[in-house]
Design a protein around this ligand. Structure first.
Ligand code: NAP
Length: 289
């Protein structure tokens, strides 16, 4: 068997074209343009690249984006003041604080300060709680992108055995919760899981988000499984790879995402989607008050 390669670039392009049309309609109907405020602390090159990619993607679909750059020595009160101003600004619909933050800034305190109505990354505890009870407004962008890829490929989720490798708050746990909401039977593995292969081999859908190149080898995957590789790792020779041994696993899986070109393009797309959702909700609230 040689797996079908899930083309995240193609799916993201289709979704963005659709979003672009919806945003044009929204602007024509309301006179407001969706606006995203991105807060970047420090000068980490990877974070800068992510932020500039997000700004470009916003521009491409007609979302206004503004980036506020703060020094890595910014204090917590100073950062919270910037978030408060964005919360108060009625022209801003989405707020995103680029992670990671410098170690002196407590991540949870920063994320909890973002208005839940503008939390387009879906990291506020309110939105995380929504994932548990199944009424989330803003799903975190990478897990949402994984779900959308499965839907776009018409891969059934209900009743499937899903194994998620990685239990972070931003990828692994929300992915597990979202797929559980879709009636999958979900198992979450992490760094202390003993004998990872005994779990991964059971997966009809295997989602890997550990940040460990070469973690998932061919024999760890059931024949016919769908393999979603969220990992992004830069090797010493400069190549970008996922967490899955692509060539070996491809021989066993029915579907597989490449890295790059799989989940990555979907993540930013879902941020654009969430920003439009926020703009619709906030504009509707303002009009009815
Ligand atoms: P993270 O916060 O470092 O979490 C990694 C998770 O993987 C942890 O739960 C960790 O377990 C687990 N893990 C580490 N080594 C493992 C092993 N040998 N076996 C099983 N589990 C293991 O990372 P993250 O932010 O979730 O990101 C994960 C990967 O996805 C990274 O490569 C990141 O670059 C990539 N990513 C991609 C996108 C995208 O758009 N494609 C978006 C976000 C992240 P413990 O909890 O026990 O430590």
């Amino acid at each position: 068997m040689s797996a079908k390669i899930i083309d995240g670039v193609k799916h993201a392009r289709q979704l963005r074209a659709d979003l672009s049309a919806q945003i044009s309609d929204f602007v024509a109907q309301t006179g407001h343009r969706p606006k995203l405020k991105v807060i970047l602390v420090g000068s980490d090159p990877a974070s800068r690249l992510y932020v500039s990619n997000k700004a470009r993607a916003c521009r491409d679909v007609g979302i206004e984006s503004v980036t506020i750059e703060l020094s890595s020595s910014v204090t917590l009160p100073e950062l919270l003041e910037v978030i408060d101003a964005a919360n108060e600004d009625s022209t801003v619909h989405g707020i995103l604080v680029q992670l990671p933050l410098p170690p002196h800034l407590p991540v949870r305190a920063v994320l909890e300060r973002i208005s839940v109505d503008k939390d387009v990354d879906g990291f506020h505890m309110y939105n995380v709680g929504g994932l548990v009870v199944g009424s989330t407004v803003f799903s975190p962008c990478t897990p949402y992108g994984v779900q959308k890829l499965l839907e776009a490929e018409q891969i059934p989720i209900a009743g499937q055995n899903v194994v998620v490798v990685g239990a972070s708050n931003i990828v692994g746990k929300p992915t597990a919760l979202m797929l559980m909401q879709r009636d999958a039977t979900v198992c979450i593995c992490h760094a202390k899981t003993r004998d990872l292969a005994q779990f991964t081999i059971l997966a009809d859908i295997l989602v890997v988000a550990a940040g460990r190149p070469g973690l998932i080898l061919g024999p760890m995957v059931k024949t016919g499984a769908v393999v979603i590789d969220v990992g992004i790792n830069r090797l010493p020779d400069g190549r970008i790879v996922g967490d899955v041994d692509f060539d070996a696993v491809r021989q066993r899986a029915s579907h597989i995402t490449p890295v790059p070109g799989g989940v990555g393009p979907m993540t930013i797309t879902m941020l654009l989607h969430n920003t439009l959702v926020a703009a619709r909700a906030l504009t509707g609230k303002a009009l009815s008050s």
